[in-house]
Design a protein around this ligand. Sequence first.
Ligand code: HMG
Length: 393
Amino acid sequence: MFPIGIHDIALATGHYALDLEELAERHGVDPGKYTVGLGQSTQTVPATDEDIVTMAAAAAKQIMAEHDAGDIRTVLLATETGIDQSKAAAIYVQDLLGLPSSTRAVELKQACYGGTSALHFAAGLVHRDPGHKVLVLASDIAKYDLGSAGEATQGAAAVAMLVSADPAVAVLEPVSGLYTANVQDFWRPNYRSTPMVDGKLSVSLYLEAVEQVWKDYEARGGRAIQDFAAFCYHQPFTRMAYKAHARLLEVHGIDTDNARLDADLAATTVYNRLVGNSYTASLYVGLMSLLDHAEDLSGRSVGMLSYGSGCVAEFFGLSMVPGYRRRLRTSANQSAIARREPISYERYREIREFELPEDGSPKVLAVDGAGPFRLRAVAEHSRMYEACHLIQA
Ligand code: HMG
């Protein structure tokens, strides 16, 4: 069978960055709780004219600049920050990117696991037709109640991946370990803009899922743990990757200490520490961080652990294609994060209070962010987007 996997990958994030030391001061807690205990330094706060569509389109635009739009037959957009109960956000992105109308565009949801489901479904489509290329988008804005324990883990980012046969970056390995359980650790009813969350339960369920997916992976003939050159975990906060990796090593009777965990994980946490939780995108932001900061992993395998509350988890391997480093966008990724505008706590609160009309009344939005696409207005219950050709790519 021909190899299928990630042919190209790109990152976008929002316009502002909130310093967690400032948030800690406002919450009356020691900053070390957020910077060391959770392992977060800043969190992305999207501008008022940014949303999951503008971020996803900003990530995908970089990919489309290098590939033929005519090759894309499917756009899969995973998010848990949906903008509509019916229409797929993927359609807005398809339109903003000028992709052909002979494309299918669909939205997928299962908490933070949605991006991984899109990647695997895309591989199935390519398997059916090797000429088929799929644009996989994972785009989210993590927003918790003000003053809650989750507020320090907020963030936002989008990752775009082009999935094809004979990929240039990473081949999806055939074995997956899977685990699903009907649990209430984190969910967002339709009438709420922030999730219901039992934080401690969610951490313990994530760790339980690590054990369960590994068991299934092993039972299905997956690789031995020693075969992996690196590991990437879903990162609601970067210390969660440390907890998860420690659990995986414990299951194998491998002694862990902070130095070992740092050596295994530091490269995969560089970007996530700065953007915060980006839900569906988080695991793939971690992958990009790893690839941009680790030694050459050509020909080696990376273990990927995806967890989405509710819950669904998957463990699978990515085999890095020799020469993949030529395809990375390290400086664009770093500058997407570095160019965010630092924001005061007061401005952050103003943005939190900003709301789009919910009764269909028209509102034209002032320019706030500086990305290549923006939400221009809402009217008649519809969002209207525009490309900002004069602003940065
Ligand atoms: P909390 O309960 O306020 O924090 O919120 P804590 O008391 O557990 O402290 C956090 C850590 O900081 C602890 O370390 C403390 O010891 C340490 P640990 O014991 O865990 O190793 N600490 C300090 N360290 C250094 N200096 C100090 C200091 N003080 C304390 N001065 C919680 C933590 C995760 C519960 C909260 O942030 C939360 O509710 N977050 C949202 C839910 C979440 O992120 N869950 C993660 C697993 S579920 C998941 O990943 C899915 C998700 O992405 C959603 C989806 O799938 O869609 C969330």
